[in-house]
Design a protein around this ligand. Structure first.
Ligand code: EPZ
Length: 416
């Protein structure tokens, strides 16, 4: 398992380009199941999770190939509804083939995703919604076995505005008979980007970005060519790199429309920024303490919680971080404390007492965003930090160490 070695503290300078969004790319890849024609996606990040999704598509009988940041997918050869455990366990987002398979084949045989470091991650809301559209769903030996004579439009209410649940049901509904209304739908920008793609493929969808989405089923969808939005979480992570190293950098290709909550918190902790015609120049100085409470979009994103906690560990005072989306998303706390942070967790709240400095040590990555928070802390920590199990980071960040090195960071990948 690869590890990172990071020398700190370092100053960063120069400019960096944000890659395409992981969480917009994954549902779009599975949307290819909805048509027999070519789906060409540009600005797709080169990530382990994207590779896993492509492998799953090939497993289903589709063609999926990458040329630089362009993916070409064709599902005219779709001949299987089977998503095996050994693929799904590597990436929970594999559940995103559930809706498209029910729409196209009216059958799905998908391993239950199982949990991950940050939580149990159930898919009950996905399953109940498919049932309400006429799906007959059984759970057998850890697999979802689902069949339908025809998917019929229905009114679906989500108890929690689940992101991939919303994406699955939109993709099930676009080819269903009649009208589907999703109430309490997720409003994340990645859901909106998927809706934009589906509408270009001929889907009839109203309410993008709203919590009520209406879909009128159509007979078939056509192929198209689409450019994936930039990654708002990578953008926020790079903003935190400027904050924690007290540096000024330019971040290009920023999805400005999708980072309001992140920018707001960035300013609250002392960050300064200027918009440019290519993106944003961000500058970090003294870090101020603050309160963070994660929420569904347009609130502060849970995927930015760990990164901001690393920044707040060096604030001039005490901060409170409350995680409301996942039940176990504080795995980075113990590792940050190994670097000299002073963070106490009580239930879903963490009290972050700002310290003067962090000191390099060996730490362990536990999940994707926790890995990012450890990289950020290592950039500011005095001395050498070793970050183990960095494969977690490779799932969601495209060559982050190369981007940080170009900004002046002293970070090396050691292949093991
Ligand atoms: C998506 O996960 C993202 N992944 C996650 O990003 C992100 O953290 C999350 O949304 C929240 O924004 C992708 O888009 C591929 P949810 P998802 O369903 O869809 C509960 C990252 O770091 N729930 O919105 O799985 C669930 O347990 C990843 O890039 C149910 O109870 O999240 C959680 O507490 C991590 N039943 C809450 O809802 C269900 O059927 C939100 O989950 C579904 C969800």
């Amino acid at each position: 398992m690869d590890k990172f070695i990071v020398e700190g503290p370092t100053k960063l300078e120069g400019s960096v380009i944000v890659s395409g969004s992981k969480n917009a790319s994954l549902p779009m890849i599975s949307a290819a199941i909805l048509t027999n024609e070519n789906l060409i996606l540009h600005n797709v990040p080169d990530l382990m999770d994207v590779d896993t999704m492509c492998k799953l598509m090939v497993q289903l009988g589709c063609y999926c190939s990458r040329e630089k940041s362009t993916l070409r997918i064709n599902c005219s050869g779709l001949n299987s509804d089977f998503a095996p455990y050994d693929l799904v366990r590597k990436m929970r987002a594999s559940i995103l083939v559930f809706g498209p398979l029910m729409a196209r084949l009216r059958s799905a045989h998908i391993s239950l995703p199982g949990g991950c470091a940050i939580g149990v991650r159930p898919v009950n809301l996905h399953i109940n919604a498919i049932k309400s559209m006429g799906g007959r769903v059984e759970i057998e030996n850890g697999y979802i076995i689902s069949k339908a004579d025809r998917l019929k439009g229905s009114t679906v209410y989500f108890d929690i505005p689940t992101v991939t649940g919303t994406e699955n049901i939109i993709m099930a509904a676009v080819l269903a008979e009649g009208r589907t209304v999703i109430k309490n739908a997720a409003r994340e920008p990645e859901v909106v980007d998927l809706i934009k793609l589906l509408k270009e493929m001929g889907a009839k969808i109203e309410g993008e970005g709203e919590s009520v989405i209406e879909i009128e089923g159509v007979k078939s969808l056509k192929g198209t060519e689409y450019t994936v939005m930039a990654d708002r979480i990578e953008t926020g992570t790079l903003m935190c790199a400027a904050l924690i190293t007290h540096s000024e950098i330019e971040i290009k290709n920023v999805p400005l429309y999708a980072v309001d909550a992140i920018l707001d918190k960035f300013v609250e902790v002392g960050g300064k920024y200027v918009l440019t015609d290519e993106g944003i120049i961000v500058k970090g100085e003294r870090i101020k303490p603050t309160m963070i409470k994660t929420a569904v979009y347009p609130g502060f994103p849970t995927d930015m919680q760990a990164q901001f906690m690393a920044v707040l560990s060096l604030a001039d005072g005490t901060s409170i971080v409350e995680e409301t989306i996942f039940e176990n998303r504080f795995m980075h706390v113990a590792e940050l404390n190994r670097l000299g942070a002073n963070i106490i967790v009580s239930g879903n709240k963490a009290v972050v007492e700002g310290v003067e400095e962090l000191i390099g040590a060996s730490v362990m990555a536990t999940d994707l965003r926790a890995s990012a928070s450890l990289v950020l802390a290592a950039l500011a920590a005095h001395g050498k930090t070793e970050i183990l199990r960095i494969y977690h980071l490779d799932r969601g960040y495209e060559r982050l160490e190369e981007k940080l090195t170009r900004l002046g960071a002293k970070i090396w990948r050691v292949k093991q």
